[in-house]
Write a protein that binds this ligand. Sequence first.
Ligand SMILES: CC(=O)SCCNC(=O)CCNC(=O)[C@H](O)C(C)(C)COP(=O)(O)OP(=O)(O)OC[C@H]1O[C@@H](n2cnc3c(N)ncnc32)[C@H](O)[C@@H]1OP(=O)(O)O
Ligand SMILES: N[C@@H](CCO)C(=O)O
Length: 416
Amino acid sequence: MTAVESVGEFRFECGESIENLRLAYETYGEFDGDNAVLVCHALTGSQHVSNAPSSADHDGDDLGDAVETAGQARAWWNDVVGPGKAIDTTEYYVVCVNVPGSCYGSSGPPADGPDDEPWGTEFPPVTVGDWTRAQRRLLDRLGVGRLHAVVGGSVGGMNALDWAKRFPDDVRRVAAVATASRLDTQCLSLDAIARRAITTDPDWNGGDYYGDDRPSPADGLAQARRIGHVMYLSKASMGRKFGRRAAGRDAFGDGPDDPTGRFFPYREVESYLDYNADSFTTRFDANSYLYLTRAMDEYDLAAGYGSDAEALAAFEGELLALSFTGDWHFTVEQSRVLAAAARDGDVPTAHHVVDSDHGHDAFLVEPESVGPPLRDFLADGVGGRAVRDEDDDDGPPGGRGRGPDRAPVHASLFPG
Ligand SMILES: CC(=O)SCCNC(=O)CCNC(=O)[C@H](O)C(C)(C)COP(=O)(O)OP(=O)(O)OC[C@H]1O[C@@H](n2cnc3c(N)ncnc32)[C@H](O)[C@@H]1OP(=O)(O)O
Ligand SMILES: N[C@@H](CCO)C(=O)O
């Protein structure tokens, strides 16, 4: 069950403030004072990370009201978070917060503003740093001081890295999954195209489209999501799933009829993109998509410091960078650079590379690859049994072999 907590006036990094920031969140497991794990969701995820029973007793305390929100039907990391799972909710107190700017119950464009009308684009622009500060505010309300760990994938991984930079004393272990210190230019360009698809949809109307009697910019949002899905898959996974096969029917989805297209097949890959794009428009808000992709594009770990290493130098904990060979959205090389920077900042670090052709969404669909290193990192840090630094002798296939001047990483060197 989602709870929503009002955390009071909040000043965003852009300089604008709102009177009352509301944060939708879920918690799982019992807090024992030292076992809190913050899980940060990716671009279109929500606070609903697991189907495990939510632990928060929101009745009879002064914390957030229990509410039903229009969330994702599917808990996005149910195979990773729950009783007996890698992030074991019988052991850890797991907190997941819907980021400001999103559309699953936290303050953001589709939520009501002070005049009880949706904020729309009057909502202040948000940054990953705003998410981190908002999460800190909520954790204070929950009585959580130092976190055992912050874990996040994709832009949620940037959020996790931001914790190490912004609150270096507040977290013992950071797991940055399928992420990077910043987005590369190719991905910036694809995000820009996706936003343009939304803002050129006439129904976007400058961001003012809320209300049952108003059309929403579904075509633009669907187009943005098609671009997203191409980024989340890989050449290999697309080839394997769809090849060049025709879908075996005449279909153009709800798109405009294209006389030339009548002669050619409607392919499985088009059918996949159309289906997922259409279903996305039933669960996500176009303005939120603009806000959150802007936050992701803007994130730069080194901002305010000279380098990534300097940004991480005050972090006293340990870092796991987990990357996937088939991910071209956030590449293995970007994680390698991140890991090297963290080591330069004297942060005990492991870079665990998963051999996978799934593409970026491997972190969502391969719990068998993601779970063991995460579980053992949470338990024993970079020396955890299933944590394989790519420079270890027994690292993953395709790893580079041990670096010439680097000693093996042992848990005993880095006591919790
Ligand atoms: C933090 C967050 O993580 S965000 C939340 C999770 N992410 C998302 O929801 C992103 C959108 N979803 C996806 O990308 C995927 O569904 C994933 C990554 C969650 C799961 O991937 P997979 O298990 O490999 O599923 P796959 O991509 O094959 O199928 C997705 C859907 O496309 C449908 N589909 C598959 N092939 C085709 C096709 N040729 N034509 C039409 N539809 C198709 C599937 O039936 C499925 O439908 P459903 O969602 O109604 O069950
Ligand atoms: N497919 C996931 C990951 C994107 O980074 C999402 O939609 O949030």
